[in-house]
Design a protein around this ligand. Structure first.
Ligand SMILES: Cc1ncc(COP(=O)(O)O)c(C=O)c1O
Length: 421
């Protein structure tokens, strides 16, 4: 069931003795763009998107790219140009999706804790589906839709109490998590609102977590959701789709993990039981591999016990995942120096002990001013960056067909202070 990750396109590879993105010198990019900077490969995004699309080719499907993974406008536009639809998690992401060219009807709106303003916007824009998180939210949607003389297209997100076997902080389908409505309560929630004229129940929704690396939880989630869809259809609900959410992981550590074909192979037999089109909301699997964060070493130090630190100009403010989840990212010098590998702790400059990108990493000699790439950071990297310690949001660059361009300029202190008096 597990396909080798070496088949997946690797955008960051050595070329001429230094690390390049799709063959374009990273050193030459950051000479002009500065550091820290995120660099993305358009080719890697296209290939990852197509891998998912192709894997589901035998079954009616719609890919709604999960903008939360990376909603930089140019990335969103690229996905839109590939035929993707969008999954937005906030009013801000809906607005970005529309700016990127996604039609309102091609946007699903998910997420815990949607505000009245966000719901009003989503309803009046006529979004494809609002995935409601609770009975109360459905009622608020109905009231707002009625007040505007609209009918809202809705689905209910169910919580199946399935362990995604991912990191606890990114598991969302357990009964201890805040997400969705317990699966056993879902039918009653639909039935109680069957006659609400302002609601059109178009689907059912599930999302059990992110960075899922085995098929079993995904198959079981699909099985639960399809069973619910069958019951609802028997009871007369004219459903149009089942939405399996996102969650497909990537091989951060290089170990073989499931690929889109494994995922499709596991869930399509379940989907065939109901025959409804499937909505997929992948984020990480589309953009994760495509990005690297490039930082420059600003200090090195060696403690008496022999522990060596390389301190970068990028930290948890630019890439929060290691500090937040203890997540692993490969770290590589952009221009490796000759000499044997030794153990390095690669850390950021932020005043937090958790501001560590990797401990005891076997790396060649490192010196101040060397460039370092933190790989597989296209998803939940820039999107989670912050101004803590008054760090400025990093620049972002897209490499496409041998050329590169800045798709987000580096934030300036004036940008930040413009909000303050
Ligand atoms: C509802 C929903 N859909 C899709 C996603 C995207 O998940 P992933 O990036 O793991 O594919 C998330 C992320 O947590 C989510 O909460």
């Amino acid at each position: 069931m597990i396909t080798c990750d070496s088949l997946v396109y690797q955008p960051f590879r050595p070329a001429g003795g230094e690390l390049a993105c799709d063959g374009v010198s990273i050193q030459s990019i950051v000479e002009r763009a500065g550091t820290p900077t995120y660099i993305y490969s358009a080719r890697a995004i296209r290939e990852a998107y197509r891998d998912i699309d192709d894997a589901f080719a035998s079954y009616p499907h719609a890919i709604h790219y999960a903008l939360k993974a990376n909603s930089t406008l140019a990335i969103a536009r690229l996905l839109q140009s590939l035929g993707s639809r969008a999954d937005a998690n906030s009013g801000g992401e809906i607005a970005v999706a529309e700016r990127a060219g996604f039609a309102p009807r091609d946007i699903v709106f998910t997420g815990v804790g949607k505000t009245r303003e966000e719901l009003e916007y989503a309803i009046t824009r006529g979004l494809g589906t609002i995935n409601a998180e609770s009975a109360g939210e459905l009622d608020r949607i109905a009231a707002i839709a009625q007040a505007h003389g609209r009918v809202a297209r809705v689905a209910l997100r169910v919580n199946p109490d399935i362990d995604a076997r991912s990191h606890p902080n990114i598991s969302t389908g357990l009964k201890t998590n805040k997400f969705g409505v317990p699966l056993q309560d879902a039918r009653a929630v639909y039935q109680a609102r069957r006659d609400v004229a302002a609601l059109q129940f178009v689907g059912v929704h599930i999302h059990i977590g992110s960075q899922i690396t085995t098929v079993d939880p995904l198959r079981r989630a699909a099985e639960s959701l399809v069973s619910l869809a069958l019951q609802l259809r028997d009871e007369g609900f004219a459903l149009e789709h089942v939405d399996l959410g996102g969650g497909l992981g990537i091989a951060y550590e290089g170990r073989p993990i499931i690929q889109p074909t494994d995922y499709a192979g596991a869930v399509i037999p379940e989907l065939r039981r109901v025959g409804l089109p499937v909505v997929l909301e992948p984020g990480r699997a589309v953009v994760g591999r495509a990005g690297a964060l490039i930082g420059r070493i600003v200090d090195t130090k060696c403690f008496p016990d022999g522990r060596k630190f390389a301190v970068l100009d990028a930290g948890m403010t630019e890439l929060m995942r290691p500090a937040l989840y203890g997540s692993f990212h490969r770290i590589e010098p952009v221009v490796p120096r000759t000499g044997g590998d030794t153990a390095w702790d690669v850390v950021g400059p932020i005043c937090e002990s958790s501001d560590v990108f990797g401990r005891d990493r076997a790396l060649p000699p490192l010196q101040v001013d060397d460039l370092v790439a933190i790989l597989d950071t296209g998803a939940y990297g820039s999107a989670m960056s912050s101004n803590y310690n008054r760090h400025l949001l990093p620049a972002e660059v897209l490499v496409d067909d041998g050329k590169w361009s800045v798709i987000r300029r580096r934030q300036t202190l004036d940008d930040v202070l413009a909000l303050e008096s």
